[in-house]
Design a protein around this ligand. Sequence first.
Ligand code: 5GP
Length: 146
Amino acid sequence: MMPAYDDQNIFAKILRGELPCFKVYENAHTFAFLDIMPRTPGHTLVIPKAPARGILDISADDLAEVARTSKTIAVAAMKAFDAEGIIIQQFSEAVSGQVVFHLHMHVVPMKSGVALRPPQSRQEDATVLADHAARLIAALGSSREP
Ligand code: 5GP
């Protein structure tokens, strides 16, 4: 049986402001921040404000909100990082590769010639992450969604 949601997970603490993050976007239902070990520049995590471990326990409405925000981030990331495509990934439960048990959608900008780093291979410098967050926030401010 699937374990219960644990509100002591890292992303719940980020959501409550108990741990720092490079926040790029927030609305009533979702929160988005940079992955601290990005697979490519601009790798962003979109999470629901509602407590959910993954795809199996999140409500359909909250999942739809996460998808909506992921789309917003994807469009802005194309511009901010001069990307040519986007990977969207979501892992549910340890066997799938999930490490943090608060649902998150990975939004990974892709550009030819820029290889994906392996998952969680290297913590990015704070100055680089700050620059990437600023670029994404600027693009979010000016993006018109198709
Ligand atoms: P999962 O395998 O659970 O889908 O991925 C968890 C992701 O969270 C990984 O990509 C990892 O780099 C990222 N991550 C782990 N700890 C932290 C943290 O403290 N802050 C941020 N921003 N990302 C984290």
